[in-house]
Write a protein that binds this ligand. Structure first.
Ligand code: NDP
Length: 256
């Protein structure tokens, strides 16, 4: 196969959780541009409608299915609808993620419910989405791409629930890759600092922003679109021998 054809996702169907804003929105657009049919989902209906209109404009078939990834029943309904209306799923991009204020700070100050909630969204949501898609993925030789974080590779102070959930997601990626090989490939991405709503406070606080830029070899935050290419790569045949891997997309942040 000519090399560039291996990146082509034509004829495939992808579900992108948290696909309405930031990184997920850019990944959904990237998959559509690579030829896939794409279902971007999240909790807020109007935002889902907007993201679906975007991928349709890019030529993808899609469906509007707002879904909270912490709701197991809703997740299972989502994948049933994808099966019924789009024929199945080839790629699940587990991107929905949170880092709420109540989960920040030294361990002794972290709210216990915020710890559980962060784990439910970032880790439990990914586990449930992958499991709900398992039969279809296995039938179609599909893939899972989990959007972890540099916080899934190293420790970060004052972000204990987030870092624990993202380390868990990297571990889940490796263990699911083992169980589901050779039929389904399971990989993760570890973005560094990306310009999205999640990092709004870091971008607005000049001292924090500069310290991140100084610490990053590429000397800037990433744009969300810079995470889309690596996600398309991992889901495509160009990565046909890659499984159980976590690819850092961090401007060299973890190279130090
Ligand atoms: P944003 O806050 O910009 O977007 C988060 C998305 O997730 C939204 O679409 C949101 O929509 C959705 N979402 C949140 N909770 C749920 C839920 N329970 N069920 C379904 N969807 C949900 O985040 P980013 O784009 O910045 O982050 C995306 C992923 O990338 C996250 O996993 C994050 O941890 C990771 N990441 C981000 C980095 C960054 O610098 N921005 C760095 C490293 C990793 P709604 O609220 O309507 O549900």
């Amino acid at each position: 196969m000519p090399t560039l054809d291996a990146f082509d996702l034509s004829g495939t169907v992808a579900v992108v959780t948290g696909g309405t804003r930031g990184i997920g929105r850019a990944i959904a657009a990237g998959f559509a541009d690579a030829g896939a049919d794409v279902v971007p989902t999240a909790r807020t209906e109007a935002a889902v409608e907007d993201a679906v209109a975007d991928v349709r404009d890019r030529g993808a078939s899609s469906l509007v299915a707002p879904t909270d990834v912490t709701d197991e029943r809703a997740v299972s309904d989502l994948f049933e609808r994808v099966e019924d209306e789009l024929g199945g799923v080839d790629a699940v991009v587990n991107n929905a993620g949170i880092n709420p204020d109540a989960a920040l700070g030294p361990p002794e100050d972290v709210d216990a419910e915020a710890f559980d909630f962060t784990a439910d969204v970032n880790l439990g949501g990914a586990f449930d989405c992958a499991r709900a898609a398992a039969d279809s993925l296995a039938e179609r030789g599909g893939t899972v791409v989990n959007v972890a974080s540099v916080g899934g590779l190293v420790g970060l102070p004052r972000q204990h629930p987030y870092v624990a959930s993202k380390h868990g997601l990297v571990g889940l990626t490796k263990s699911m890759a083992l169980d589901w090989a050779p039929d389904v490939r399971v990989n993760a991405l570890a973005p560094g600092y990306v310009r999205t709503d999640l990092t709004a406070e870091l971008q607005e606080n000049e001292r924090l922003r500069q310290s991140i830029v100084d610490r990053t070899p590429m000397a800037r935050f990433a744009d969300p679109e810079e995470i889309a290419g690596p996600a398309v790569f991992l889901a495509s045949d160009a990565a046909s021998y890659v499984t159980g891997e976590c690819l850092a997309v961090d401007g060299g942040w973890t190279a130090r």
